[in-house]
Design a protein around this ligand. Structure first.
Ligand SMILES: C[S@@+](CC[C@H](N)C(=O)[O-])C[C@H]1O[C@@H](n2cnc3c(N)ncnc32)[C@H](O)[C@@H]1O
Length: 484
């Protein structure tokens, strides 16, 4: 593996990140799972401490694309500066679709796919994960960007077992996504994969098979044999982190093993909770992940840490504020993203859907256990990006009492005033059971202090705030594997 390479996690719009940071012909494999224009709002569900899903869902991202100034600008850019085929196609599509949400989506995808084509190596591959809402239009866009002759396969992935209201549809039950597989040339990396022969399998002539197994076809999860390699996440699976659109690791494992080799660079520009990068890490690939929400970045950082522990290769996070001026800039640009980021600094989970209204004085929670009774205790976190006042500290004290929480944390971009500090000091200490030391019940932490490494103090014998990704060992590098 390249000695001076560090894997990278970028916060930001993938169009800007690709243009600014990713070099021409540097990537071996791209997997992208963009929002599908399904008009859904995808949520992150947090597990309540009693094991059920929390009603406090928070919006991870909205799957809405609108024909607005940004779409009109992207359209203009592709038509005036993009490759001719793509410009012609977009104009033809606009003639057919008009300026609607679908056209906005296809335009925003086209401008990003042009960048993805640029960064892909000549031997590289791209898998575009989509669903029937837009897959037929996206295939045209892919043909225009990558060239119809480099279309390789349309993979049908049967998503999993369907149950509940979905089976009530007066129709065939919907149960598949589509992966459009293109390459940049005819010379592409491909490691053919096989499903082991099921027990008792014989050839048509009755003889025993002698090959490596059944070569995998372009419909996945659809055959009896394929169940051996089942690529779905069951609702009870430990792998599930509560991110609505999370894809199974087995799906990414199949793609990454087939279309890249160890040491190759894998890119996911719509990274979500980080399935691609977690699998790339486990399989000794280099990786780049990009997402536009700080929530996703926090989830990915936790996932990588929990999955690989000390085995995790070093990686850089780019686009997160590193100092006070950049934290201020984020707060000015987007208050919600600032809040997600600030909560991530103390490993707190967001409290609810900000866009949907009242937050009852709570921006985030941290759960902890400080004895072996199994009882969960909590820190209530408030984040302030604007002006501060002693009344905030009094209010937070009131919220602690109302919620019967043990500790309150007030995170602020601005310096706290002296009366605020005095009010916090008057809140006394939380004294945990056993030998753990007492900690201030109300703590004020500035962003500057947190960036300098200061920690929120709370007693805990384990971390229970986020649903943890299960610990997994990395696969043995191929040089250390013995063939049977
Ligand atoms: C369908 S989800 C990806 C889920 C992912 N495959 C997984 O297994 O968790 C799409 C993700 O794209 C992100 N996203 C949407 N628009 C983006 C953009 N312009 N740049 C970067 N990320 C974006 C969303 O925040 C969301 O996390």
């Amino acid at each position: 593996m390249n000695a001076d390479w560090q894997n990278k996690l970028y916060f930001g719009d993938n169009l800007d990140i690709l243009r600014e940071y990713v070099a021409d012909e540097s990537v071996d494999l791209i997997y992208l799972d963009p929002p599908f224009n399904s008009k859904a709002t995808y949520n992150v569900l947090f597990e309540e401490k009693n094991g059920t899903d929390s009603p406090a869902q928070i919006t991870a991202f909205e799957d809405f694309w609108r024909w607005d100034m940004a779409a009109a600008r992207a359209f203009h850019q592709v038509v005036t500066e993009g490759p001719k085929d793509v410009a012609d196609l977009l104009q033809a599509l606009r003639g057919f679709l008009g300026q609607n949400d679908m056209m906005a989506y296809l335009t925003m995808m086209a401008i990003r796919l042009i960048e993805l084509h640029r960064v892909l190596k000549p031997t590289g591959s791209v898998y575009l994960h989509c669903d029937p809402t837009a897959s037929h239009y996206l295939k045209l866009v892919m043909d225009a960007v990558f060239g119809a002759e480099y279309f390789q396969r349309e993979v049908i992935w049967r998503i999993g077992w369907v149950s509940g209201y979905k089976t009530q549809a007066k129709n065939w039950i919907r149960n598949h996504d589509t992966l459009l597989f293109y390459t940049k040339s005819h010379e592409f990396t491909f490691n053919k994969e096989y499903i082991p022969y099921p027990p008792g399998y014989t050839r048509r002539d009755g003889s025993k098979p002698t090959g490596k197994g059944i070569p995998i076809e372009d419909t996945w999860n659809c055959h009896p044999g394929d169940e051996l390699n089942s690529i779905m996440i069951m609702s009870f699976s430990k792998e599930k982190l509560g991110y609505d659109t999370q894809k199974p690791e087995a799906l990414l494992e199949r793609i990454i093993k087939a279309s890249s080799n160890e040491g190759d660079l894998v890119l996911d520009p719509f990274c979500g909770c980080g399935t691609t990068i977690a699998v790339a890490e486990r399989l000794h690939r280099r990786w780049i992940g990009i997402d536009i929400t700080h929530l996703a970045i926090t989830l990915m950082k936790n996932r990588l840490r929990d999955t690989f522990g000390a085995e995790l290769s070093p990686y850089e996070v780019i686009g997160e504020p590193q100092d006070l001026p950049s934290a201020r800039a984020l707060a000015q640009e987007n208050r919600f993203q600032f809040e997600y980021w600030a909560l991530g600094l103390v490993d707190a989970r967001p409290a609810g859907d900000k866009k949907k209204g009242a937050d009852k004085g709570i921006d985030g929670y941290i759960y902890f256990r400080d004895d072996d009774s199994g009882e969960y205790k909590s820190v209530i976190v408030q984040v302030k990006s604007g002006h501060v006042s002693v009344s905030h500290i009094r209010d937070l004290k009131g919220v602690l009492d109302r919620e019967e929480a043990q500790i309150g944390a007030y995170i602020t971009l601005e310096e706290p005033t002296r009366p605020m500090k005095e009010e916090a000091a008057a809140a006394d200490f939380y004294d945990p059971p056993g030998l753990l030391p007492a900690v201030p019940r109300l703590q004020i932490l500035t962003i500057e202090e947190l960036l300098a490494g200061k920690k929120l103090e709370y007693p805990h014998i384990d971390d229970v705030t986020f649903k943890k990704a299960p610990r997994r060992n990395k696969e043995k590098p191929s040089s250390q594997q013995t063939t049977a």
